[in-house]
Design a protein around this ligand. Structure first.
Ligand code: SF4
Length: 711
């Protein structure tokens, strides 16, 4: 064989929020050779099965290659004219809130920035939300309530420095595999490190755990309120820290005691053994260096923000935050959910971590963007946004890099809403998805390995995604597509970016705006001044870098924030949030007696448009399934390997039964990946309830009442 002498290019994985660095080079067959980047601090050379298989997935099969209007191929100019004119006409007739963007954690930060600037700053509506709403908006809300800003305090290195790692609401082994590998390596090196997995299911993550707390779905607030009560009762609260650096402790403790002062009653509420509960509380109380990792099991809940704050409360009470080996740690699901948060991808935020409801921020952003049209009000959050489309209130929507007909709850309603919406524009790199089937206008976007820009991972680390291959067909960068529409809508002066580096520079400069006179937020967390003014070459070569980056000269890593006990609240103190346990919004009933949980599997990603191209990845779990406990299988007459019918008030699915002791009686689990495009497979989201958290708007993907019977 001829040796491949093409140089390696550094980039970042396309999938989860670990944000692993990789190196790639083209192969003679058009695919890519991939290896982990040994220098990248997220993974130090490790990659999981999905990352390793990326090279096999860069094939032209199934790609959206050309723009089209009403199913007829057209040229870019006509498509862009049509989108701009249709949006303008809709706005002229019905006002700016009659249009919306629904964007994605798959977008690069530069794409996200332009989308947010166009909708909020120039169209003048807050109606831009993102599928990151489904991923981490409860964490955003929890962070802001406790810290004043949406700030992740720690870094991955804390996993190596901790003496106890709590993994709650996360099958880390499948969903953030490289972090799981890091924890496994810690256990091999220091077996005395305690690992606790808190999850209603037995998952592969339990293999590394010393203790598994299989709590009842949705009871997390009760558990962490019990922990706070225990810390108080055994004098393990850091009184000095609480006094000097926080507010609201007494009220939060009062609430916690109501849920958690009676350990026997608490164990019963949680459905766990009293001894296990005591063991967890005892380890937490007596271990100084504790990291609590949490993910979708916490966030994707009608009580998600309260769950987050119940965890943050325990870390604030012990002062275990901002110190090596300590801290609460929210893991983002998508590769750039964090970057989207930074540039205002959520309907209720402005770019650069500024706030829509802060008049000082509003003025700063208006001045910076030189616009009189910046919206002053938040737009619809994801679920409400599609409800507004369904009601006919939103008449034109542009969906970018996401497939809401599969991924949003009550998915059949989403399909109905899009079918009736007068204008649906979809920009994507894939031709045939459940959502592209609903589109009036299709715009081909570049995919991973073709596009160039930045992403931010769960530990606030900004990394470059680099162009590795030419784009098939006529695919364009998302930021470019939006700029071209903006120009045609008359906003050209603000969207004259020549390349993605110019977009990044505008965003980085924005984080340096002076808000020292702001009464609501005296300090900034997100400061990228040190990354502004980069030359084209510097941007191209930018190494992975955690924010904040206040100075260009030093580029010192800020691994941890809040080390000095100062938070981004007006008085600099963190806020305890008093929370009480409440059961999930939808209740089990005689008609729908089982709770349906949903999540990822190890080797697939979202709706499988990329991972589905790899035979290797497809071999892991080749078809959708529903995990059912033996007790329920007998009760409902189900047989392993046979097809079952699931139903509830929102929808229906047919799916193969997997009788498994990994789910408890009364609970079911179904993966999220399969779609209506794939014959005979039920979409889990056609069953998932549209209940959302009242604070964050994040949907409840982990608890939906359903009925099951043989098909
Ligand atoms: Fe990619 Fe996540 Fe796997 Fe890392 S852990 S290789 S970011 S999917």
């Amino acid at each position: 064989a001829v040796p491949n002498i093409t140089p390696w290019t550094k980039s970042t994985c396309a999938y989860c929020g670990v944000g692993c660095g990789l190196e790639a080079r083209p192969k003679s067959n058009g695919q890519l050779e991939i290896r982990g980047d040994k220098d990248h601090p997220a993974n130090y050379g490790r990659l999981c099965s999905k990352g390793m298989a990326l090279g096999e997935t860069v094939i032209p099969d199934g790609r959206l290659l050309h723009p089209s209007i009403s199913g007829v191929r057209t040229d870019w100019n006509s498509a862009l004219d049509h989108v701009a004119k249709s949006f303008q006409e809709t706005i002229a007739e019905h006002g700016p809130d009659s249009v919306a963007f629904y964007v994605s954690g798959q977008l690069l930060t530069e794409d996200y920035y332009v989308a947010n600037k166009l909708m909020k700053g120039f169209i003048g509506s807050g109606n831009i939300d993102t599928n990151s709403r489904l991923c981490m908006s409860s964490s955003v809300a929890g962070h802001k309530r406790a810290f004043g800003t949406d700030t992740v305090p720690g870094c991955y290195e804390d996993l190596e420095l901790a003496d106890m790692i709590v993994i709650t609401g996360s099958n880390l082994a499948w969903c953030h595999p490289v972090l799981y590998q890091r924890i496994k390596a810690v256990k091999e090196l220091r077996p005395e490190v305690k690992v606790v997995s808190i999850d209603p299911r037995v998952t592969d993550t339990c293999e590394v755990a010393d203790l598994h707390i299989a709590l009842q779905p949705g009871s997390d607030v009760a558990l962490f309120n019990g922990l706070l009560s225990h810390l108080a009762s055994c004098q393990k609260v850091d009184e000095h820290y609480v006094q000097e650096h926080t507010e609201g402790y007494n009220r939060a403790l009062m609430h916690a005691l109501e849920d958690g002062c009676n350990a026997d009653a608490l164990a019963e509420t949680l459905g766990v053994r009293l001894d296990d509960l005591k063991q967890f509380f005892d380890w937490f109380a007596h271990t100084e260096k504790v990291v609590t990792l949490y993910s979708q099991g916490v966030n994707q809940s009608s009580r998600g923000a309260d769950k987050v704050n119940s965890i943050l409360n325990c870390h604030l009470a012990t002062g275990r935050i901002g110190k090596p080996g300590c801290g609460p740690f929210s893991l983002t699901g998508q590769p750039n959910a964090m970057g989207g948060r930074e540039v205002g991808g959520l309907a209720n935020t402005l770019a650069a971590h500024m706030e829509l409801d802060n008049p000082y921020h509003h003025q700063l952003v208006s001045n910076y963007w030189q616009t009189d049209n910046l919206t002053a009000t938040a737009g619809y959050k994801a679920i409400d946004l599609f409800d507004a489309i369904d009601r006919g209130q939103i008449k034109a929507v542009w969906i970018m890099a996401t497939n809401p007909v599969v991924s949003l709850p009550d998915a059949d309603k989403i399909k109905r809403a899009l079918t009736h919406c007068p204008l649906v524009v979809v920009s994507d790199c894939i031709a045939d998805t459940d959502t592209t089937r609903c589109a009036d206008v299709l715009l081909p976007a570049q995919g991973w390995s073709e596009k160039s820009g930045t992403v931010t991972n769960s530990e606030r680390r900004i990394s470059r995604q680099r162009r590795l291959l030419p784009t098939p067909g006529e695919g364009k960068p998302d930021w470019w597509i939006m700029c071209e529409v903006a120009k045609r809508m008359g906003f050209g002066h603000a969207f004259n970016f020549l390349h993605e580096g110019e977009v990044f520079d505008e965003y980085a400069r924005m984080t340096g705006l002076d808000y020292s006179n702001d009464q609501l937020q005296v300090n900034r967390d997100l400061d990228l001044t040190g990354l502004s003014g980069l030359s084209t070459k510097e941007y191209a070569q930018m190494p992975p870098q955690q924010w904040p980056v206040p100075q260009k000269a030093t580029r010192i890593e800020h691994k941890r924030l809040f080390a000095d006990g100062r938070f981004f609240t007006p008085n600099g103190k963190a806020q305890f949030v008093a929370v009480r346990y409440k059961a999930p919004a939808s209740k089990l009933s005689n008609k729908y007696p089982l709770s349906l949980n949903s999540g990822r599997i190890r080797d697939q990603w979202h709706t499988m448009t990329r991972t589905g191209l790899s035979t290797r990845l497809g071999a892991h779990l080749p078809e959708p399934y529903i995990s059912v406990n033996q007790t329920d299988a007998e009760l409902y007459g189900l047989e392993n390997g046979k097809i079952a019918a699931l139903s509830n008030e929102w929808g229906y699915a047919r799916i193969r039964v997997d009788v498994s002791s990994k789910v408890a009686p009364g609970q079911l689990f179904m993966p999220i990946h399969w779609t209506g495009v794939m014959a005979s497979a039920g979409r889990v989201c056609s069953l998932v309830s549209p209940d959302t958290d009242a604070v964050s708007g994040q949907p409840e993907f982990k608890f939906t009442p359903v009925a099951i019977k043989p098909w």
